[in-house]
Write a protein that binds this ligand. Structure first.
Ligand code: ATP
Length: 359
């Protein structure tokens, strides 16, 4: 029997609360499936550690993670640590050093979840965000700090290789779905980087003649996400544009409590990292009311990436059936149930699905 070795970084705030439910459900899935097992290793890295040691993760942290099959990540952030420290010293080094250049975020309306839009039931698309360069390249500097002559420069980096590999992933994904790719651009205003981005993607499109490609300026695209989200299949965006669009995507399908994501190294030279879109949510941390669905659904993405497609499909069906029944709802979805109640409900639904499938 295969054993998947997973590094677990629950992190801060609601991170540990939702990860606990995710592991509970994934453990159940493995037992019921019978074809694979899990080996979870926990790492207590995060803002608490930073306050004790001055580091978000140990200096050999990446070395410690390198040999795992995947990383299951909760959330990072606490008011005691500036955001640029907590993010730049924990999540971003993992994404970059492990070449997780695809950030994949499904935007799918779950049954029973009330979105803000009147027509939202058939929203089902995936955003592929370039995850290692672009506007978040970490190159820049400043001069004459705190004077009237102060200036700051922040540079965007776009490479042919970086664009091509993200775009290839998006084209291939579109081929497995409804064969439509929408590309976010801003070539009218960012007149060096974005025409290059567009040109590289147009050249690559010749290799995928079965995929229908369209380009839209990111500001217009933001409006389309609200006006006609059901028309999208796969959306490809640069790092910054993808960051903004995916939070908007999460909002149109019912909020951060139901928004999963994966940071993928497609070549599998390094572990991929699976994390809910939401942050540490300090306003509800410790109250036991965070919605664990995003984290459990993130577990579906992890199962798929580990080759456990049948288990992934069953877990997704369990999530859909719990949401559709509407009998267990956390406060973000208008109910009064707890994080643990929601985890229990999905675990029970998984059992029912395996029972029915006769496995
Ligand atoms: P970050 O900067 O780390 O993204 P943030 O405070 O900007 O953090 P979140 O932590 O994601 O953003 O929280 C934004 C809002 O969404 C908060 O009101 C929070 O309570 C709510 N929220 C986030 N995740 C969940 C969840 N899993 N269940 C319920 N509510 C959530």
């Amino acid at each position: 029997m295969k054993t998947h070795r997973i590094a677990v970084i629950p992190g801060d705030g609601i991170g540990p609360e939702v990860i606990r439910e995710g592991i509970k459900v994934l453990d159940e899935v493995a037992v019921l499936d019978g074809g694979f097992g899990w080996e979870w290793e926990h790492f207590s890295w995060g803002c608490d550690d930073y306050n004790k040691t001055g580091r978000m993760m140990p200096s050999d942290g990446l070395e410690q993670l390198r040999g795992f099959d995947a990383i299951y990540f909760g959330a990072v952030g606490d008011k005691s640590v500036p955001d640029h420290v907590s993010v730049w010293e924990l999540i971003l080094p993992i994404r970059r050093q492990f070449q997780q250049y695809i950030n994949l975020r499904p935007v799918k309306k779950l049954p029973g979840v009330q979105g803000p839009l009147s027509r939202s039931d058939d929203i089902d698309f995936v955003v592929i965000r370039e995850n290692t360069e672009g506007e978040y390249a970490n190159i820049g500097g400043g001069l004459n700090e705190a004077t009237s002559e102060e200036l700051v420069v922040q540079t965007n980096i776009f490479t042919r290789r970086g664009i091509e590999r993200a775009a290839r992933y998006a084209f291939k994904l579109a081929q497995t779905r409804r064969k439509r790719l929408m590309v976010a651009t801003k070539s009218n205003a960012m007149n060096y980087s974005m025409p290059f981005w567009d040109r590289v993607i147009r050249q690559l499109a010749l290799d995928y003649p079965d995929v229908q490609v369209e380009f839209a300026h990111v500001d217009a695209l933001a409006a389309y996400f609200v006006l006609r989200p059901h028309t999208f299949d796969v959306v490809l965006a640069s790092n910054l544009f993808g960051d903004i669009l995916t939070d908007l995507g999460a909002a149109v399908v019912g909020g951060l409590g139901v928004a999963p994501s994966a940071n993928i190294n497609p070549e599998r030279n390094f572990p991929s990292m699976f994390e809910p879109v939401h942050g540490s949510a300090p306003d509800i941390a410790g109250k036991g009311i965070a919605n664990p669905i995003a984290t459990i659904w993130t577990g579906v993405l992890m199962l798929e990436s580990l080759g456990e497609q049948s288990a992934a499909d069953k877990l997704m069906s369990a999530i859909l059936s719990v949401m559709k029944s509407g009998t267990v709802l956390t406060p973000d979805l208008g109910g009064t149930d707890s994080t643990v109640d929601m985890g229990d409900a999905v675990r029970k639904a998984v059992r029912d699905i395996y029972d029915r499938s006769g496995v």
